[in-house]
Write a protein that binds this ligand. Sequence first.
Ligand code: ATP
Ligand code: MG
Length: 397
Amino acid sequence: MELFFLIKPGEILLKKDNQQEFIRRLRQQIHLRMAGIKHDIESYPGRFFITVDEKDREHTVFALSHCPGLNGFSAAFKCEKTVDSVLAAVVHVATKAAMLGKKTFKVETRRSDKSFPLGSYELSALAGETVLAAVPSLKVDVHNPDFTVNIEIRERAYVYGFPEQGPRGLPTGSSGKGLLLLSGGIDSPVAGYMMAKRGLLLECVYFHAYPYTSDEARKKVERLAVRLTAWTGSLRLWVLPFTDTQLAIKKGAEEGASTLMLRTAMMEAADKIAYRIKAKAIVTGESLGQVASQTAENLAITQSPTRLPVLRPLIGIDKEATVKTAQEIGTYDISILPYEDCCVLFSPKHPLLKPAREKCIEEYKKLELSKLIDESIANASVQRFSYKDVVAEYGLP
Ligand code: ATP
Ligand code: MG
């Protein structure tokens, strides 16, 4: 059996000149998530529609609820633009709601086709009366109903009752590409999610210090990348062998500055990759004051190798709120798996909190890490994740 969804795009409707480009992106993003699944997308001003097979309901609901740029969606009846067919669909929706234990309802009508014989208010009133007669267990409550029957009279008529939330934001890719520094922690996946929702197409880089960090640590980052892919549709992960760079820092840098130097080296590597992949921004999970390397003074030093904007969406967010988001987006339970972090192994007992900026940048230059960094990029492994991986990770049908 066919299943039909009405989709409400969000912020892209506010775009004037380049709305078509946003619509094209959004379609492409839905296609990416539905790869390998029979589906048909239609778009009309202000609404998208997707038709799938009933058996693919769960996949489709997952895909749409993880698609930035969508405010919401709902399985819907599409009907002829006649009062009778609309009322029949309304009774269907109401009967189903009553079967699910709902007691009160209201009807809301949006009519953009003004040639329809009834006005919005009249149609809502007639639909309400029809429901009361057909489903006696239901009562009207216009202020706080258990459910709302929605009617839209547009190019066709649509009736739906159970809207689901989309992530809102902008379609992935509509803001260009960004490179996320993805560690195995809680923060960076959340930072990636937040920027993907603002339209950044993400590639990720993970700095791996084998054998100081284990293969399990790397696997954990790969799983985080897959869980992020649920929100981005596709994603590339660069794993950079960073052991030599870390050892060079350990050997050459003043003890208290080693974390700072490592962060700076990560930024230099990120800047070089960003150039190669044409990323327009670097994204990190840094939050002001969270640890010594995230004071304002230290951020100025660690970002010194790049001229790209370093986007830090968590800069003003408390850890508690970040944890909550991580739980909501499905990355938390992976992030808290107990695998060591390379930076902890190399971190100084007494890190510098307010180092002199110019002096530190000079010290960093003296380490002459560029060659090692170039080598690590040349030896990087690059993996591409798609919705196939998401389906396997989440055990979707
Ligand atoms: P997270 O911040 O993801 O929870 P964390 O708290 O262990 O991990 P921090 O020490 O706070 O990491 O590092 C700050 C940021 O630096 C991270 O959010 C991430 O963007 C980046 N980063 C740290 N370590 C790595 C790494 N090994 N590979 C890639 N990026 C890293
Ligand atoms: Mg952190």
